[in-house]
Structures are given as structure tokens and as C-alpha cells.
Design a protein around this ligand. Structure first.
Ligand code: DSN
Length: 426
């Protein structure tokens, strides 16, 4: 068959874009060659509705092997008792949990999207906000930290059936113990979506949600550095978590209810090529090399956040415990929106994303903030000493944002810098 040049030429351009630029989107990463190869494998040809050993199609003996490997490795990675590796994405993992634990119209509580929450945690344009009744908690306006006292007040008043920890733009660790105490006061389920910090949690650089949460969801492509996809995990007492009765009576075990929530609840055939690739990524995440990588991601983020603070930028909460930081541009550049900075930095081959900041005065399309993360540049081998030049690139551009000569100069410096860092640095 003739090569589809139209598509493959575009793919080559994307490889070049990824190679030559500085990738600072906190939710992105560069996967290894073997993660990529497994994703582009013949497993994509196979239908396998069901679960290993109990499928609705013949010929599943080998996809059963890779899926079981993914399950076993993921359980080992997080010390989980039960996992499901089939969700196509983090949003779908969340959807499957909601379908299992909530009835349409039920109240649940998550972090306000404009305070760093996730779209699938109750945004009015997402199924979570359309089908269910979201209640938001927020960060403290002075400290930028989750306001657990206020969370408790709201929870006691509103009595949500589910409380949700997790964020897409929160740079501090979570107090799952405190959240569990709040959930227990009203008999709510406690769920954590660890899509962002999953890798840091796996290597124990952050608090462990499995100890306190009834159920945990994640993506696999951010800090975990796997293929794009989702997972669901449970810690102790997974059949009847923490003595809580199941939402549909005690006839079926919780783990089996969550399995049904994924398939046939919200999905049909699993992406077995992606699941094979997840198995590879979980294997990589179990290595000492990965643990060192995660430590470096965190160190790089600390140094970068301190660099921005020293130049007078307002980093929400004053710094970071994880892989990202959220910058509120309003004190230093009140006239410049996050969108303007994002678009201008792209011209210099630096990729970040605009982001709402707590109590933002601009819309989500403009925003007053920037979210910046270090997982991808750390995969390319960057260390603490490379963070200051990156902060300076960004600051030079924001400080003279319409200067096209400066943008061209910085782009050249960025491309020269990245020539020294291979895509798969390990
Ligand atoms: N869209 C993902 C992110 O960029 O953080 C999850 O919300």
C-alpha cells in the first residue's frame, strides 16, 4: 500500500517540534521507545470486551497476558489491592467511578476548576457537572492552600455523597487523612484523582492516597510517563472498603462494581495496544532509574519556582511540593493575559499553558495565569542548573512581549539549548 505521505510528513514535523522546543506543559511527558512501540503494535487489531480470563471474544490469550501484566505491575507500583487498567483516559476513569457510586442528581464535592480543579470534577460543560450536582471547595485567598476548614463546613452543610481530592494546577501535597475525617462525618465516599502527581506518589515523594481513600483514579501519561490512558485503584479492604456498604446493596463486591462501571458501563472494547504499553510503562516506573527521575522532576520544579519568585512573580502558594507551579501574572504584568504569554512563548518554541488562577478576573479563554511543569524537560535530561536559563527565557519574553526580534533571538537560543538533550535521555 502507498505510504500516506500527508500524514507521515505531519508526524515528522511534530517530532521536530518536540525535539527542538522546551516542553513545560505540566501534564505532558516523553515516553520511552518501548512504550511507543507497544502502543503501535498489533494489539490494536484485537477486540477483547471483558477482563482477562472472561472475555466476550475468542483469541484473547495474549491480550490476557499483557493486561494481567499491566494489572500486576500497577498493583505492585502503588501497593494497591485491586486495579482496573482499561479506562481510555482519566476523565473516563472518573466517569466510571461516578457511575458506580452516584445516581444522577447526587451531590459530590471537588476542587473549583478556577482554583486548580479538573474539568471532569464538576465543570458544567462536562458529564460530571451535567449528570450530577457538583459542590466546589476552594483554596484560601491568602495562602493559596486548600482550605480544609472551609471544605469541612461546606461538606457538613451540603452533605455530598462523594468528596474528591485532586487537581490539575495545585502545587502542594494533599491532606487525605483530614479529607477522610470529613468524609466519615457525613458518610461520604472519598476519592482521589492523582492524574498529575501519580509518579511522585508511586515513589513515595508525596502522601499516599490509597491509605485513606476508598478509590483512586489517575491518568498514565503525565508524571507516570506512559501512554495516554486512565486507571482505577483501590487500597485496603477493596471488596467492602472500610466497612462501607456498596451503593447497590451488598450483592456484588466493590471491585466488581467498578469493573462493570468501566465495561460495560462507559466503554466497549479496551485499547489492548495501550494496555500493553501501560504494562511497559509500569515496569519502567518500578525501576530505580524512574525513582531518581521523579526526584529530579521535583528538584527541578523547586528551583524553577524559586527562580520565578526571585524575579518578582507571584507563584501561587509561594512554591511547589510536586512537579508544577501556577503563576499569577497580575502583580507583575496586570495588562498581560495568560493567553498572550502562551501564544508568544510558542513563537519562541517554549510550550506552556495558560491557566485560571484562584479568584481570576479573566475568563478561562484569556486567564491571568501560567501553569508550568518539569516532567518533560527532566525526561530530556535537564537538571537544576538548566532551570535558571529557562526562567530567564520566559521572563525576557514576558517583559518585552511584542518585540519580534527578541522572540526570534530567544527561539534560536532555545533550539541551541535543546540540541544537547536527546528525546529519550535515559
Ligand atoms: N487536561 C489535563 C491537564 O492538562 O492537566 C487534566 O486536567
Amino acid at each position: 500500500m502507498k505510504r500516506d505521505n500527508l500524514v507521515f510528513e505531519i508526524l515528522e514535523k511534530e517530532v521536530k517540534r518536540q525535539m527542538t522546543g522546551i516542553e513545560l506543559i505540566a501534564s505532558e511527558n516523553f515516553v520511552s521507545d518501548q512504550v511507543l512501540k507497544a502502543m503501535g503494535s498489533v494489539m490494536t487489531n484485537k477486540y477483547a470486551e471483558g477482563y482477562p480470563g472472561r472475555r466476550y471474544y475468542g483469541g484473547c490469550q495474549h491480550v490476557d497476558e499483557t493486561e494481567q501484566l499491566a494489572i500486576d505491575r500497577l498493583k505492585e507500583l502503588f501497593g494497591a489491592e485491586w486495579v482496573n487498567v482499561q479506562p481510555h483516559s482519566g476523565a473516563q476513569a472518573n466517569m466510571a467511578v461516578f457511575l458506580t457510586l452516584l445516581q444522577p442528581g447526587d451531590k459530590f464535592m471537588g476542587l473549583d476548576l478556577s482554583h486548580g480543579g479538573h474539568l471532569s470534577h464538576g465543570s458544567p460543560v462536562n458529564s460530571s457537572g451535567i449528570l450530577y450536582h457538583p459542590i466546589a471547595y476552594q483554596v484560601d485567598p491568602d495562602t493559596g492552600l486548600i482550605d480544609y476548614d472551609r471544605m469541612e463546613e461546606v461538606a457538613l452543610k451540603e452533605k455530598p455523597k462523594l468528596i474528591l481530592a485532586g487537581a490539575s494546577a495545585y502545587s502542594r501535597d494533599w491532606d487525605y487523612k483530614r479529607m477522610r475525617e470529613i468524609a466519615d462525618k457525613i458518610g461520604a465516599w472519598l476519592m482521589a484523582d492523582i492524574a498529575h502527581p501519580a509518579g511522585l506518589i508511586a515513589v513515595k515523594l508525596l502522601n499516599d492516597p490509597l491509605e485513606y481513600c476508598h478509590v483512586v483514579t489517575s491518568t498514565t501519561h503525565k508524571t507516570l510517563r506512559g501512554p495516554r490512558g486512565g486507571i482505577i485503584l483501590m487500597g485496603k479492604d477493596f471488596d467492602n472498603p472500610f466497612g462501607k456498604t456498596t451503593p447497590k446493596g451488598d450483592i456484588r463486591k466493590m471491585s466488581s462494581l467498578f469493573d462493570s462501571g468501566v465495561f460495560p458501563g462507559i466503554q466497549g472494547g479496551p485499547l489492548e495496544h495501550v494496555i500493553a504499553s501501560k504494562a511497559v510503562a509500569f515496569g519502567e516506573a518500578l525501576t530505580e532509574e524512574y525513582r531518581q527521575y521523579m526526584k529530579q522532576v521535583k528538584k527541578n520544579a523547586e528551583v524553577m519556582a524559586a527562580g520565578f519568585v526571585s524575579l518578582g512573580y507571584h507563584v501561587i502558594s509561594g512554591g511547589t511540593d510536586n512537579h508544577l507551579m501556577l503563576i499569577d501574572l497580575r502583580n507583575k504584568f496586570p495588562e498581560i493575559s495568560g493567553r498572550k504569554v502562551e501564544n508568544t512563548l510558542v513563537q519562541a518554541d517554549i510550550t506552556v499553558n495558560k491557566n485560571m488562577v484562584p479568584f481570576d478576573s479573566r475568563s478561562p479563554f484569556l486567564t491571568s495565569g501560567l501553569r508550568i511543569g518539569t516532567p518533560a524537560i527532566t525526561t530530556r535530561g535537564m537538571k537544576e542548573e538548566h532551570m535558571t536559563p529557562i526562567v530567564e527565557f520566559i521572563d525576557r519574553i514576558i517583559s518585552d512581549i511584542d518585540n519580534e526580534n527578541l522572540i526570534a533571538t530567544v527561539k534560536k537560543e532555545v533550539n541551541e539549548m535543546m540540541a544537547d538533550f536527546p528525546m529519550f535521555a535515559w
